[in-house]
Design a binder for this molecule. Structure first.
Ligand SMILES: [Zn+2]
Length: 181
């Protein structure tokens, strides 16, 4: 069901609406949290998974800018929508769609938790940038696997009298872009 090439973080995000696990406002209400369930971005409808990723005017705008899915077809759930993408789109479009799922959910969280959100064009640019970064990382990874690197992937202890500091870092333009507006 899920494309194995999709970044794990994004794959996890897509899996959650498909399993009805995302804490949308509608889901929280069903768990007896007394809240306003209308979409914080457009206020036009109840915020469930389908609304966040497909039916919201914000989502529709960015989907049409990306041109990877035809929203004129009628879908009744985010599961059905994702199923349509998997069955009808090529690998690039599937990955792009996955990136947009991620962008839309982050934008929604920004609104809910920080009362801020990005303009639609910025969401489009974030998705494209994320997609390009992912492709570059994939290409780099493929090259690493092909080349005979001598770098050891085994951890070794520090020499006596020294302290070893292990740092694992990743730099992305995405987080910067999300907080620019
Ligand atoms: Zn909405």
């Amino acid at each position: 069901m899920l494309n194995p090439d999709i970044r794990p973080k994004v794959k996890n995000l897509i899996w959650r609406p498909l399993s009805h696990c995302l804490p949308t406002l509608a889901a929280l209400y069903h768990r007896h949290v007394q809240i306003n369930v209308f979409c914080p971005l457009c206020s036009s409808n109840v915020e469930d998974e389908y609304h966040v990723f497909v039916a919201c005017s914000v989502a529709k705008s960015v989907w049409s800018m990306l041109n990877v899915a035809d929203l004129s077809s009628l879908f009744v759930s985010s599961f059905e929508f994702w199923n349509y993408i998997i069955r009808n789109k090529n690998k690039e479009d599937i990955n792009m769609a996955a990136m947009l799922f991620w962008t839309l959910w982050n934008n929604r969280n920004l609104k809910v938790w920080k009362d801020s959100c990005s303009p639609r064009l910025v969401l489009f640019n974030i998705t494209i940038t994320f997609f390009k970064e992912w492709n570059q990382a994939q290409a780099l990874w493929t090259n690493c696997k092909v080349s005979n690197t001598t770098m050891s992937d085994r951890w070794t202890p520090a020499a006596e009298g020294r302290i070893k500091c292990n740092i694992n870092a990743a730099v992305s333009q995405i987080e910067i872009m999300l907080y620019m507006d």
